[in-house]
Design a protein around this ligand. Sequence first.
Ligand code: ASP
Length: 448
Amino acid sequence: MKVVKFGGSSVANATQLRKVADIVLDDPQRKVVVVSAPGKRFSDDVKMTDLLIELAGKVINNEDYETALSAVMDRFREIIQELELSEDLTETIQKNIQYIIAAHESAEWTLDALKSCGEDGSAQILSAYLQSKDVTASYVSPKDAGIIVSDEPGQAQVLDESLEQLYKLHEREGILVVPGFFGYSKEGRLVTFPRGGSDITGSIVAAGVKADLYENFTDVDSVYCVNPNIVSNPKQITSLTYKEMRELSYAGFSVFHDEALIPAFKAKIPVCIKNTNNPQAPGTMIVAENEAGFGKVTGIASDKGFLTLYVSKYLMNREIGFGRRLLQILEDENISFEHAPSGIDDMSVILREEELPGGKEERILARIQQELNVDTVYIERKMAMVMLVGEGMNSTIGLASQATRAFREANVNIEMINQGSSEVSMMFGVDAEGMERVVQCLYREFFE
Ligand code: ASP
């Protein structure tokens, strides 16, 4: 059995939904289908989920919501009419939305329940469309499927007991269409995942039914070995491991939220990223283990928006508990850090810029100065991380020298080097200004 997930651009309009149906019917193993809400049809279009969030805002603030409701319904109506489905379906979707509005429940619930209507509508439409082609298909609500989640509105996490429930989907006939993005708490309340969360549904369903393959259809042919906005026409990655994917998507690489794949990874379900607009392309396989070649770099990831908190103190290496106390200050301030490379008398802590907004900066610097009695403490913003990733890098000699050659060519100074003990990645901190240049040189060095 294969579980297939289609993202927002794949269900954005009737033309896309026809492609989805063709893809599903093309392979009898594609039995469970998870869908997102209709996404953007063109670059400055508005996603259905955003239309619904706007509608929810009006409802919650007791404002006139008719225009916002029409915007939502117009999109559904257009798709339903173009697919030549019954008007009743438009009515069913509208009635559900009006029921949520009329319920006058808490703001949190209203927002979550309205947000879920995009995915829910997509799933109902796709299942009706498959039925109109005489295919045995049914809409399965997440409640019915057994997707049980924590009661954290907009931040739901899947609970383990879902897996056993989901396995029972095997007992059902025909193609099952499940809306992504939400589940139900143990008390039966509808709760949504974070944005982009239909991928979480896809992955948990794949794990639950113990799928042979989880196919995630988006609008790109494959995962590329480097950001195509930095290097034009980069090589495609045909296969990579879960670990490599995790490392790559850490640094802004991902075509989806990497954490969403964790349930599939844990259940060791192979994942294939494919393109709805070019389903014949082989896509990218993500697997538990790969026979990656010795010395192989799988991809280069890069991301801006980091800062370094630099601290130095003479004889730091002999001061017991210094590192802990420094990190404790960050913990007290609710700041999460990314890396903490250290020298003999100095330590740098690398954070994402958004963790330390300007307002907090002064207080943190003052606390470090006073409580740790340091010689120097300052913050350097506008840093970028560049990462070489590949399980084949493990114990390969000479990779670092190849990499530094690229830095020399790009004329970019390395401010920090970090190689995790797993040796799956090698990370370089650089000034954001030089990031693109060095990524291009690294690409030439390792892939051309
Ligand atoms: N529709 C939701 C969003 O736009 C979830 C998803 O598409 O995965 O975030």
